[in-house]
Design a protein. Structure first.
Length: 120
């Protein structure tokens, strides 16, 4: 079995693409309109994707409660500087073990994004 994608419902596809694609750097694989909705697939063309699904109507009050999306940027320091320059809040670094550090931030709809860096 292969894990193919994770879907999150977003309120504004352009705003979410500005966050995930323009700011965080996830490659945009495709964008299309479905029946009454808009969809964008981001990630490595040969790997697991993040599907952004924009449908009419409100999002859940607490979207993705208990969910975090883990991403490993190639340049953590550069990305953190870019995020902070946009005025977005990033958690202090956390290190659950000596070989890992991560930071949390929220996407435009309140989903938790975890930026992960392997150490040493």
């Amino acid at each position: 079995m292969t894990f193919v994608w994770t879907t999150i419902q977003v309120s504004d596809l352009d705003r979410s693409l500005a966050f995930y694609h323009d700011l965080l750097g996830l490659p945009l694989c495709e964008r299309f309109h479905g029946t009454g909705n808009e969809i964008a697939m981001l990630g490595d063309p040969q790997g697991t994707k993040l599907e952004l699904l924009c449908v009419p109507g409100p999002l859940p009050e607490v979207p993705g409660q208990g969910l975090s999306l883990g991403l490993a940027p190639e340049d953590m320091d550069g990305l953190l500087a870019k995020i902070r320059a946009q005025g977005l809040e990033v958690s202090p670094p956390r290190s659950p073990n000596p070989s890992l550090v991560f930071y949390f931030l929220k996407d435009p709809d309140g989903y938790t994004v975890q930026l992960v860096k392997q150490l040493g």
